[in-house]
Design a protein around this ligand. Sequence first.
Ligand code: PGA
Length: 261
Amino acid sequence: MRRWELIVGNWKMNGMVETARSLTDEIRVGLSQREERQLLCEVVISPPFTALHAVHQHLQDSSIKLGAQNMSAQQSGAFTGEICGLMLRDVGCRYVILGHSERRSLFGETDQSVMEKVVAAYVNGLTPIVCLGEGREDRDGGRTLDVVGRQMDAIFPALPDSASKQQQLVVAYEPVWAIGTGLTATTGQIQEVHAFLRKQIQEKLGSTVSRKIRILYGGSVNAGNAKEILALEDVDGALIGGAALKAKEFLSIIDSVPGDA
Ligand code: PGA
């Protein structure tokens, strides 16, 4: 069964407001010329915080949704430098990327802090896109499924009781060694991890929810490899970094979403 695919552009710490506006316009116009694509997939773009408001204004009358790249687990108050979920909603965000490997490795995020952010995302009506994935050493040491299994397990306590809310969760499998390196996991490696995660979700939340939850792949996805990755049975979309900064390439990835939805 094909789920409604989700294509997410993670712009990371790139772009001034003006470049964010023009990139948004290019993607918006390109997608509006592809009506059939809008039925096959949902598109989210995640600019830096400073461009969220401007990008939101340029997304009026577009089916493209806005996402943030991180948020605080706190609701408000004395947390200098932080941005809370309510603020993200206020500028038009519907999605938030949480636990990206760069946040885990460079900014000390842990399974516990990611879990707390997932709670806050739900509280504020944001759909969390939770990233997980193994590093090179764990891949080489045969520990991939242990690592992603542990990261996935840490998310379950954050989920609301309602099945309809649980199935909104988006999981993004991103092998750390494939992010920004030009190395992509093989289709066999990707499908193995995605099927493993879906089974884990099924054991914990039941098959109705596990059939609906979207599991994205991320890590050097580009116009050349998107088609075979997106065609995999348990891959329901992609989280795209570098290739999301070029409108033409991002649109070409959207063109690679399988048509048998
Ligand atoms: P990449 O980044 O596509 O540049 O590898 C993916 C990500 O970090 O989400």
